[in-house]
Design a protein around this ligand. Structure first.
Ligand code: RIB
Length: 309
């Protein structure tokens, strides 16, 4: 089966401060290390899918500032089709301020800029590319109307639709009914169904509740606990890989991109989640979003080494 993936979502420039520990409110922490890199949940997922082996078309909006051209050039570098990355006049490219502290924990603040200019009209302009894809991948960092228009379009054609509810914002059951794979972390799951994901029983209850709302399959990512995948064929945990985490930025995005490729390669959700866990584990051993995402060769080598009896 081909692995054509259309990703509709955000693009950011990430301004990263890496420090020994995160500051408290009102406190200054000096001696940080600064890096300017490329991020945005949509762009990260497109990048991860392309590096994992997918044939990716990315649909996004950047500003007409110098960052916009850099974002497009960088995305082209991973092999994604950038024909539908639109440059909006008079607006800044999305920007994220990221502070990374102890054990890879982070604070992220995003100025959406051009990301909020990605509208249903752009989905229509990119329609042929979305229609030609085997799977549509979405996040929640662009207007909900845009996410909805893309999901409705792909599901009307019987395509698989993956939606990652990041950042968490309200979602209707009507939109969830178009979603084949709903990927959420603990916080996003609790936000979407009102059940705190703090025990095995509650992980299962949350997944059931989200499936009852309309999502065909629910995948709850649980950091070091791996991922829980629930669908019509049953539910199971995909264990994580132990690594020394230095930055968790884009771990969820790496998971989503690799998960999409794993599914399109014909793996069952639980196996695709294991593959995606490997990609995410590698990403947290490096600083940054797209610069931390592993290639397919790296994922395969890592899995072989970790799964050797
Ligand atoms: O998920 C990580 C991403 O969130 C960062 O790359 C940042 O741009 C924000 O969108």
């Amino acid at each position: 089966m081909s692995q054509r993936i259309a990703v509709v979502g955000s693009s950011n420039v990430d301004l990263i401060m890496k420090m020994d520990r995160l500051p408290k409110v009102g406190e200054s922490v000096s001696d940080a290390e600064f890096r300017q890199t490329f991020g945005g949940k949509g762009a990260n997922q497109a990048y991860a899918a392309a590096l994992a082996g997918g044939e990716v078309t990315f649909v996004s909006c950047v500003g007409d500032d110098s960052y916009g051209a850099q974002v497009i050039e960088n995305m082209r570098g991973c092999g994604a089709n950038v024909e539908h990355v639109y440059t909006e006049p008079g607006v800044a490219t999305g920007t994220a301020l990221i502070m990374i502290g102890e054990a890879g924990r982070n604070y992220i603040s995003v100025a959406p800029g051009a990301n909020y200019k990605l509208l249903p009209a752009h989905v229509a302009r990119a329609g042929a590319a979305i229609d030609a894809a085997d799977m549509l991948v979405l996040q929640y960092e662009v207007p909900v109307a845009t996410v909805t228009a893309a999901a409705e379009r792909a599901s009307a054609l019987g395509k698989s639709v993956m939606l990652n509810l990041a950042p968490p914002r309200p979602i209707t059951d009507a939109l969830l009914r178009h979603v084949t794979y709903f990927v959420v972390n603990e916080t996003e799951a609790a936000f979407a169904c009102g059940i705190e994901v703090n025990s095995d029983a509650n992980v299962r209850r949350a997944a059931d509740a989200l499936r009852a709302k309309g999502a065909a399959n629910v995948i709850i990512t649980l950091g070091e606990q791996g991922a829980f995948a629930a669908g019509a064929d049953g539910a199971a945990y995909a264990p994580s890989f132990k690594v020394e985490a230095i930055d968790s930025t884009a771990a969820g995005d790496t998971f989503c991109g690799a998960f999409a490729v794993g599914l399109l390669e014909g793996r069952a959700p639980m196996d695709a989640a294991r593959f995606a866990n490997a990609a995410a584990a590698l990403s947290v051993t490096r600083i940054g979003a797209q610069i931390s995402i592993p290639t397919r060769a790296e994922i395969d080598t890592f899995m072989r080494a970790r799964e050797r009896p």
